[in-house]
Write a protein that binds this ligand. Structure first.
Ligand code: C2E
Ligand code: MG
Ligand code: MG
Length: 577
C-alpha cells in the first residue's frame, strides 16, 4: 500500500493572512473583542459612556479629521453628533448586509417625544440621558448578542455555501477563491503555479450502491487524499468525481510528479464502501499558471481540458496542443452540421478482390467530406467528433442510402460487384428503427439482402446491448452479411464469436503491413484465418499494398483482399469494374 506520509509542501495557506470574502468568517467572541464605536462629543455624555463601555468592550472613536470609521460591532451615537455621522453609519450598515449591525442612539427625554421618528431609518435602539448605567449596559449587551447570532448564522451559511456536504471539503466556489489568491501570489513571486484536477470515477457506484454509497465513497477518497496532503486547505471537491488541488507557488515539477505518483498509489488499495470492495483508478489533469493561462479560471479550464486527454494513470499536462484539439472538436462539430445540410459528403469506393485471380467480388463504401474550399477531409479526422456528438447516425444513414443507390446503378450495368460493404457505428444500431431502415433502403433499391454487408468494429459489438444485438440478428436472418472490421485490434475476446451474427472477419491493416517479416503478425494472421475456418466465416485482409503481402496471405488461404495494390478508394465516376 502507498506510503501515507504527508507532503508538507502542499500545505499552503497563501501569502495573505486575512480571510478572503467567501472564507468562513469567525463570529467575534463576547467581551473585549467586541468593538464599540462611540460617537459622542466631549462635555456631553461621552465620558460617562466611555467609562461604561470600556469595562466590557474595546471602544473606538473616529478620526475627526478623516471621518474614517473602522469596523465595529455596535455604534453608540449621541443625538447631537448623529447628523454628522448619519451617512457613514448608513454606509457601514449597508456594507454588513444582511448581517445586523446595531446602532444605539443616546438622546434626551424631550427628543424621545418629539424627534425619535427622524432617526428610525438608522437607529435600532435608544437610551435616554441622563444615562442609567445598568439599563445602558443591558441594552448594549442585547444588541451585541443579536449581532453575534447574525454573525454565527452568516458563518454557518458561508460554510454551507463553500463546502461539499458529503466530504466537508471546500467546494468549487471556495476553491476558485483560493486559486485566485494563489495565482496572485504566484504573480507577485514571479513563479509557476501548478494546479491539478483529479478524476476518480465514482458515478457508477450510484447505480449499485445508491447516493449513500456514492457519498461514502467520496468521503473515503477525500480522507485518503487529505491524509496524503497533511491538510485539506489546497484540496477541494469540485464535482461528484473531481477533486481540485493547488500546489504552493514555485513547487518544482519533479515534486508535482511525485505527488501524482502518490495519488495514483492511493488506488492500490480498493475502497471499502458499505461492505463492498470498490476498485478505482484516478486520472490527473494539470494546468500551469502562467504557462497555460493568464488567470485562475482559465488555469482550471486547462487542467480540466488536460484531464479529458488523460487515458491512463499518467498525469496529463495541458498544452496549447490540447486546447487546439478541443477547439478543433467544437469547430468540426459546427461544420459537420453544415456539411449534412449542404450535402458536402461524398462516397468513395474501394474494390475487394479474390486473391487467386484479382476478380472483384465486393466494394467498400468510404465516406469523404469535401469542404467548400475544395479540400477533402478523411473520415479519421471527423469520425470521432461525429460519434461523440451523435451526428454519426445521420451521416451513416446518408452513406447507407447512397451506397445502396450506387449498387442499384451498378447492377443495372455490366459485371456488377456482388456485394457492397458499409461501415456502421454503435450509434446507428442503437436507433430503434435501425433494422427497418436497412430493410427499407434495400427494398427501395431492389437489392437482395446478401448484396449488403454491414461492417462493425469489435468495440461497437461490445458496446451494444442484447436488445440491439437482436436487431443485427434480424438483419442477419434476413440475409444481410455482417463483418467485424479491424479484427484483432479491439477486445479480441474470442468467446463472443459464436454468439454474434457475423459472417466475415476483416484482418486489420496493422497486421497486414509487415506480415511478410514480422513473426507476431504472421502468428496473429494465421490464428485469425484458423478461427474463421472453425467458425465458418469469410476472411478479408485489409490494406494490402504489395505483391509479397498478397502472396503470403494467399498462402495462408485468405481468399479476399482489399488495398491500394488492387485499387484506392475513388468516387463513383472513376470506379471501374
Ligand atoms: P475501415 O473501414 O477499416 O476502412 C479502411 C481504411 O483503410 C480506409 O480509410 C481506406 O481508405 C484505407 N485503406 C484501404 N486500403 C489501404 C491500403 O492499402 N493502404 C492504406 N494506407 N490504407 C488503405 P478511410 O477511408 O480513411 O477510412 C478510415 C475509417 O473511417 C474506416 O476504416 C472506417 O472505420 C471509417 N469510415 C469510413 N467511412 C465510414 C462511414 O461511412 N461510416 C462510418 N461509421 N465509418 C466510416
Ligand atoms: Mg470498414
Ligand atoms: Mg478496417
Amino acid at each position: 500500500m502507498a506510503q501515507r506520509d504527508t507532503i508538507p509542501w502542499v500545505c499552503w495557506r497563501g501569502l495573505s493572512s486575512g480571510a478572503t470574502s467567501t472564507e468562513e468568517s469567525t463570529p467575534v467572541d463576547e467581551s473585549n473583542s467586541k468593538r464599540v464605536l462611540l460617537l459622542a462629543r466631549s462635555g456631553g455624555n461621552r465620558e460617562q459612556l466611555l467609562a461604561h463601555l470600556q469595562q466590557h468592550y474595546t471602544v473606538i472613536e473616529p478620526d475627526e479629521t478623516t471621518h474614517f470609521l473602522a469596523s465595529f460591532d455596535l455604534a453608540v451615537v449621541e443625538a447631537p453628533t448623529f447628523w454628522q455621522w448619519r451617512h457613514h453609519l448608513i454606509e457601514a450598515k449597508r456594507r454588513e448586509e444582511p448581517v445586523f449591525l446595531p446602532v444605539m442612539l443616546v438622546l434626551s427625554q424631550r427628543d424621545v417625544r418629539r424627534r425619535l421618528k427622524a432617526f428610525w431609518d438608522v437607529v435600532d435602539e435608544f437610551v435616554v440621558a441622563p444615562i442609567n448605567r445598568s439599563e445602558f449596559t443591558e441594552r448594549a449587551a442585547m444588541l451585541l448578542r443579536t449581532r453575534r447570532l447574525a454573525l454565527t448564522q452568516r458563518a454557518h451559511l458561508a460554510y454551507l455555501v463553500n463546502h461539499d456536504r458529503a466530504t466537508d471539503l471546500p467546494n468549487k466556489h471556495l476553491f476558485m477563491d483560493r486559486l485566485i489568491n494563489a495565482v496572485r501570489d504566484a504573480t507577485v513571486l514571479d513563479t509557476k503555479l501548478y494546479m491539478m484536477v483529479v478524476h476518480i470515477p465514482l458515478a457508477r457506484i450510484l447505480k449499485s450502491l445508491g447516493h449513500h454509497g456514492l457519498e461514502r465513497a467520496a468521503l473515503a477518497c477525500s480522507v485518503r487524499l487529505k491524509a496524503l496532503l497533511a491538510e485539506e486547505l489546497s484540496l477541494a471537491r469540485l464535482t461528484t468525481e473531481e477533486w481540485g488541488l493547488i500546489l504552493r507557488p514555485g513547487t518544482p515539477l519533479d515534486t508535482v510528479l511525485e505527488l501524482c505518483r502518490r495519488i495514483q498509489m492511493l488506488a492500490e488499495e480498493p475502497l471499502m464502501v458499505l461492505g463492498e470492495r470498490i476498485h478505482f483508478s484516478p486520472r490527473i489533469g494539470i494546468g500551469v499558471y502562467p504557462d497555460d493561462a493568464s488567470n485562475a479560471a482559465n488555469t482550471l479550464d486547462c487542467a480540466i481540458a488536460a484531464l479529458s486527454q488523460a487515458k491512463s494513470e499518467q498525469p496529463v499536462f495541458y498544452s496549447r496542443t490540447v486546447q487546439h484539439q478541443a477547439l478543433r472538436h467544437i469547430r468540426t462539430e459546427a461544420r459537420l452540421h453544415q456539411a449534412l445540410d449542404e450535402a458536402q459528403f461524398e462516397l468513395w469506393y474501394q474494390p475487394q478482390v479474390r486473391l487467386s485471380d484479382r476478380q472483384q467480388v465486393g466494394v467498400e463504401a468510404l465516406i469523404r467530406w469535401r469542404l467548400p474550399c475544395g479540400s477533402l477531409v478523411s473520415p479519421k479526422d471527423f469520425m470521432a467528433v461525429a460519434e461523440s456528438t451523435g451526428l454519426i447516425r445521420d451521416i451513416d444513414r446518408w452513406v447507407l442510402k447512397h451506397a445502396c443507390e450506387a449498387m442499384r446503378r451498378w447492377r443495372n450495368g455490366n459485371n456488377p460487384p456482388k456485394r457492397i460493404s458499409v461501415n456502421v457505428s454503435a450509434e446507428d444500431i442503437k436507433a430503434a428503427d435501425f433494422a427497418e431502415v436497412v430493410v427499407r433502403i434495400l427494398d427501395q433499391n431492389q437489392l437482395p439482402p446478401p448484396t449488403l454487408e454491414l461492417e462493425l468494429t469489435e468495440t461497437t459489438l461490445f458496446e451494444i446491448s442484447a436488445e440491439n444485438l437482436a436487431k443485427l440478428n434480424t438483419l442477419r436472418e434476413y440475409g444481410v452479411s455482417v463483418a467485424i472490421d479491424d479484427f484483432g485490434t479491439g477486445y479480441s475476446s474470442l468467446s463472443y464469436l459464436h454468439r454474434l451474427p457475423i459472417t466475415t472477419l476483416k484482418i486489420d491493416k496493422a497486421f497486414v503491413d509487415d506480415v511478410t517479416h514480422n513473426l507476431t503478425n504472421q502468428a496473429i494472421t494465421r490464428t485469425i484465418v484458423w478461427l474463421a475456418k472453425n467458425f465458418n466465416l469469410e476472411v478479408i485482409a485489409e490494406g494490402i499494398e504489395t505483391v509479397e503481402q498478397a502472396r503470403y496471405l494467399k498462402s495462408l488461404e485468405v481468399h479476399t483482399g482489399q488495398g491500394f495494390l488492387y485499387g484506392h478508394p475513388v468516387p463513383e465516376t472513376l470506379f471501374h469494374q
